[in-house]
Design a protein. Structure first.
Length: 456
């Protein structure tokens, strides 16, 4: 891997030709991009996919530069982000002043200290949801992990974020709408020069999915001026937010941020926890150690905040899981002003692809890069790796606001599941398919058996 990521002299960027790129992307985009990343080994390359020609950026120094060092020059705009604008509007998933206002309004809810204060609530919601799995364990049939996690995560996060203002039935309708949006925008991304007025397949499905969000979130947001001002759920925080001159923000601000919070929090958490089970099936020694730690720490108790500090190995398993399966697998940027990065001249309007999925799999950064090995994250072996060799939660000003929420809730769910049940994962390996988040191609199944009382 080149050690001079930034140089003012320019070189001709290696461009992968259309006939090399497009068939591979159509066959298996995640695998194709991972291979392209490995072949490039940190060098910036350009993909020729017709009218759409993004740069692929994987070197940790370059990632640092784009996400943090010179982040003002790399914004959430361009071919990738524009098709999503009718959905996300000008909330925390935008950029510039509207992003900053949203981030300032939401940030207090996501500090480590505030999340810690919510841990008891989360633990209760998780433990209640897990008790509802008993009949499934008694039936002994394989269950669809994502479907069950959806119920657990929904009942935990929706209560905390939205109070009782959104029903579980409504959130369960919105998750498929989110998935439809991911599928519907692909052509718009691939054909950025086609004007909006020219219809493309997927447009109608996109509009109907946005309407589903508006039915719930926009109508909730319109009630905001009369909303009660107590409580510390996301809705109340957004209603209380003020602009720089102290003025009240409009219902569009509330709607855009409700949609963004929903889109970023629920599916990422469900998908990250879904990827765990195929890894445990393939690595029985990891599975045994994880179960042993959880049985020792949680035993027969209801899982609670007090158990979290004892779950050191569980945390290592999560870190390794997010190395190989970083569910926010791709987050693009658009170049604002011309500059040279890694010897490559980037011009205004160019799209760059940043992908932890690619960087986390580079053999020049990671020993046995494709092996699942939580020991990499053992505190005694904390390797001196580059901050941006591992960035499942992004970095710089847009760094994930929900990392503490994910880590806390994820550990509660996994510790609760493994202490209450003996989950037997289906041994079928899971392969990723591209969506807005990284999802397994086929549904992941596990069979639950109640742990006998004496063993717990
Ligand atoms: C495994 C779970 C999760 C992963 C891997 C993840 C990853 C990420 C990444 C990579 C970004 C940066 C995107 C960019 O730079 O464009 C991001 C942003 C964000 N995430 Fe997460 N996330 C997860 C869970 C959550 C949860 C649970 C929440 C909410 C509680 C959340 C809320 C957000 C928000 C609001 C942003 C936008 C922040 C900003 O632009 O200022 N995420 N996330």
């Amino acid at each position: 891997m080149s050690s001079s990521p930034r140089a003012e002299q320019t070189r001709e960027v290696r461009t992968l030709p259309f006939h090399h790129v497009v068939p591979r992307l159509l066959r298996d985009p995640v695998q194709a991009l991972a291979e392209i990343g490995m072949e490039a080994d940190g060098e910036i390359v350009r993909l020729n996919a017709g009218t759409f020609r993004p740069y692929v950026i994987t070197h940790p120094e370059h990632v640092h530069h784009v996400l943090r060092g010179n982040s003002d020059n790399y914004v959430r705009d361009g071919a990738f982000w524009r098709p999503f604008r009718p959905l996300f509007g000008n909330g925390i998933l935008s950029d510039g002043a509207s992003w900053e206002r949203s981030r300032n309004a939401l940030q207090p809810m996501f500090t480590a200290r505030h999340v810690e204060s919510l841990t008891g609530l989360m633990a209760d919601a998780v433990a209640d949801a897990l008790e509802r799995l008993d009949p499934l364990a008694a039936a002994g049939h394989p269950i669809d992990v994502s479907a069950e996690l959806t119920k657990i995560v929904n009942s935990t996060l929706v209560g905390i974020f939205f109070g009782d203002r959104i029903s579980l039935a409504e959130t369960e309708r919105l998750l498929p709408a989110m998935e439809r949006i991911g599928n519907a925008v692909v052509l718009r991304i691939m054909l950025p020069l086609v004007p909006k007025a020219v219809p493309l397949p997927g447009d109608r499905s996109f509009r109907s999915a946005v309407r589903a969000f508006d039915d719930v979130m926009a109508s909730l947001a319109r009630r905001h001026p009369v909303a009660p001002r107590d409580g510390d759920d996301v809705f109340t925080l957004l209603c209380r937010a003020r602009d720089a001159s102290g003025g009240e923000l409009d219902s569009g601000f509330v709607r855009d941020n409700l949609v963004a919070m929903f889109a970023t929090s629920i599916e990422t958490t469900i998908m990250a926890l879904t990827w765990l089970w195929p890894q445990l099936a393939a690595h029985p020694e990891v599975s045994r150690r994880l179960s042993a730690e959880i049985r020792e720490v949680v035993g027969g108790d209801r899982v609670s905040a007090a158990h979290l500090p004892g779950l050191g190995y569980t945390r290592m398993v999560f870190q390794e899981l997010l190395r190989l399966y970083p569910v926010a697998w791709m987050f693009p940027r658009m170049v604002v002003r011309r500059e040279v990065l890694g010897g490559v001249r980037l011009d205004h309007g160019d799209n760059v692809l940043i992908s932890p999925y690619l960087t986390h799999r580079l053999p020049s950064l990671w020993d046995r890069a494709l092996d699942f090995d939580p020991e990499r994250f053992a505190p005694s072996r904390e390797e001196r790796r580059h901050r941006y060799a591992y960035f499942p939660f992004g970095g710089g000003p847009h760094q994930c606001i929900g990392a503490h929420v994910f880590n806390t809730m994820g550990q509660l769910i996994v510790a609760g599941l493994i202490s209450r049940f003996q989950p037997e994962p289906d041994p079928a390996p899971a392969r990723p398919r591209p969506a807005v988040t990284l999802r397994p191609r086929d549904s992941v199944k596990i069979t639950l058996r109640r742990v006998p009382e004496g063993v717990r």
